[in-house]
Write a protein that binds this ligand. Structure first.
Ligand SMILES: N[C@@H](CCC(=O)N[C@@H](CS)C(=O)NCC(=O)O)C(=O)O
Length: 214
C-alpha cells in the first residue's frame, strides 16, 4: 500500500495519482495542502521539508518532488514499456518529461493558467500572458511533431513520460486562450481522455482554485 499526501486538484498530485492508477497500485490518498492544510506539522515536514504536495510514502521510503516520485514508481513498478531499462532509450522519453516541467509548464501553467485562474483580473500581468500565449504556439508545435501518430511518446506503450506530459493536457486544452491548431496533440489528448485513470485523476475541475475576480 502506497500513501500519497495531496489535494486532488493539484496538478503535481494528479501526476503521481495517475501514475499509480496506470500501474495498478493500491493507494491511500490523504487530502493535504490548500484548504486542507496539514503540511505544516512536524511529522509532515520530516517527510517533506518544503511543506508542499505531493509526498509519497512506500514502506520506509518518503519521497517529495512529483517528478522524483513518478520516476520512483516507474522504476519500481513499471514494465519495460512504461520505464525502459536501457538508459539511452529512457532518456529519449525523459527529455520530454523534463521539458514539460521546465519549459512547457512555466509557460502554460504559470504564465497562462495561474494568471487567468489564480490571479484577479485587476492584478493580471497581461503582457506576460500575451507573450506566453505566443510561446505556447511554438511549444505546442514541438510536441505535436514529437507525438505524430503516437499513439504515445514510446510508440504503442504508455510510459512515464506520457504521464509527465499528459497531465498538462487537460488544463492546456480546456482553458480558453488563443491556441494554434495542433491535430496530433489534439488527437493525443482525445486518446488520453478515454483512459479511466486519466478521467479520474487528471480531469478534475480547477474551478475551486479560481480566485475572486479572475
Ligand atoms: N516541484 C514540486 C512543486 C510542488 C508544489 O508546488 N505543490 C503545490 C501544489 S501543485 C503546493 O504544495 N502548493 C501549496 C499547497 O497546496 O498547500 C513538485 O513537482 O512536487
Amino acid at each position: 500500500m502506497v500513501t500519497i499526501w495531496g489535494r486532488a486538484n493539484s496538478i503535481n498530485v494528479q501526476m503521481v495519482m495517475w501514475a499509480t492508477a496506470e500501474l495498478g497500485l493500491e493507494v491511500e490518498r490523504i487530502d493535504a495542502g490548500g484548504v486542507y492544510g496539514g503540511t505544516d506539522t512536524a511529522d509532515y515536514r520530516a517527510m517533506n521539508p518544503n511543506g508542499l504536495v505531493p509526498t509519497l510514502r512506500d514502506g520506509d521510503t518518503a519521497i517529495w518532488e512529483s517528478g522524483a516520485i513518478l520516476r520512483y514508481l516507474a522504476a519500481t513498478y513499471g514494465d519495460e514499456g512504461f520505464w525502459p531499462r536501457d538508459p539511452a532509450d529512457r532518456a529519449q522519453l525523459d527529455m520530454w518529461a523534463e521539458w514539460m516541467k521546465t519549459t512547457f509548464s512555466p509557460c502554460v501553467n504559470y504564465s497562462i493558467f495561474w494568471q487567468l485562474v489564480r490571479t484577479a483580473a485587476k492584478d493580471r500581468d497581461t503582457a506576460r500572458v500575451a507573450a506566453a500565449v505566443e510561446q505556447a504556439k511554438t511549444l505546442s508545435r514541438l510536441l505535436d511533431e514529437r507525438i505524430g501518430q503516437g499513439p504515445f511518446l514510446n510508440g504503442d506503450a504508455l510510459s512515464f513520460a506520457d504521464i509527465a506530459v499528459g497531465v498538462f493536457m487537460y488544463r492546456y486544452h480546456e482553458l480558453a486562450f488563443d491556441k494554434a491548431d495542433r491535430p496530433a496533440l489534439s488527437a493525443y489528448y482525445e486518446r488520453l481522455k478515454t483512459r479511466p485513470a486519466f478521467q479520474k485523476h487528471v480531469m478534475v475541475s480547477y474551478e475551486p482554485l479560481r480566485v475572486e475576480g479572475a
